[in-house]
Design a protein. Structure first.
Length: 253
């Protein structure tokens, strides 16, 4: 057991005196090592201070640039894009409710009018903004209504959203476009993606029904039966539940 030197301590014998001297020697070595390490660290810092300052400066500039971009470029761009989106969206909504001018209103929604941007302009001019992403969805749905199915697929595929309704509607819209192009396998694939995207009272029974119908066309009666039975059991109050019993009967035969 080591003996430590306390105030007023005097070794009783040579063995204790040797222990004290050994302890003092060890302590001195430790402090010498710390001094040497500190000196080497200080020397390294002095030698590389320009590099260190450069790295710190680069990081600081990067942070300031990001904050400046977000505050003075990104936020104003987002606000401007959202404001521009308001006008073509009005044409789109009018087209959905119009009986006689659908095509012309949809065209105005796509291309703009009276100096205002359309969906296509917003996608190009405000790339990367939330408004541009929403414009892709609206443009895709517009092309779908104009029966330009390849364009509809292209724009809806480029749209991304975790929203339960819009995300499912985009995938279902692609399914509708493929269905119109007589690409039933692709249509069924996207209807299934729309079903899997989220479960809700609006989109789920809608695309269960469409998936069931397309599955029947493809001769996949077991799959169709599963979709129709889900409508009956899980969404009995949905519009698609009307007449689903007859479809179940057809799938079972």
């Amino acid at each position: 057991m080591a003996t430590y030197k306390k105030r007023g301590f005097k070794p009783k014998n040579k063995a204790e005196e040797a222990q004290v001297e050994e302890h003092e020697s060890t302590t001195a070595e430790v402090f010498n090592t710390l001094d040497e390490s500190a000196s080497r660290t200080e020397a390294w810092v002095q030698k590389n201070q320009n590099y260190i300052l450069g790295v710190i400066g680069a990081v600081a500039i990067g942070v300031l640039a990001y904050l400046g971009y977000h505050q003075f470029i990104r936020k104003p761009k987002e606000a401007s894009a959202a404001n521009e989106l308001f006008y073509p969206q009005q044409y789109f909504d009018q087209a959905l409710n119009s009986e006689t001018e659908k095509d012309s209103l949809f065209t105005l929604a796509l291309n703009g009018a009276e100096g205002k941007y359309g969906f296509l302009d917003i996608i190009e001019e405000y790339s990367g903004t939330k408004a541009a992403n929403l414009a892709k969805y609206s443009a895709g749905m517009t092309y779908l209504n104009l029966q330009q199915y390849d364009e509809a697929i292209s724009h809806l595929e480029s749209f991304s959203s975790e929203d339960d309704i819009m995300g499912a509607m985009a995938k279902g819209g692609i399914g509708d476009a493929f269905s119109q192009l007589n690409q039933s396998e692709d249509a069924l694939d996207y209807y299934e993606k729309a079903i899997a995207h989220s479960e809700n009272e609006f989109t789920t029974p809608r695309f269960l029904y469409k998936a069931g119908v397309v599955a029947m066309e493809l001769g996949k009666k077991d799959k169709a039966l599963g979709y129709f039975e889900r409508i009956k059991e899980e969404y009995p109050n949905a519009q698609e539940a009307n007449g689903v019993e007859a479809l179940i009967g057809m799938a079972q035969n």
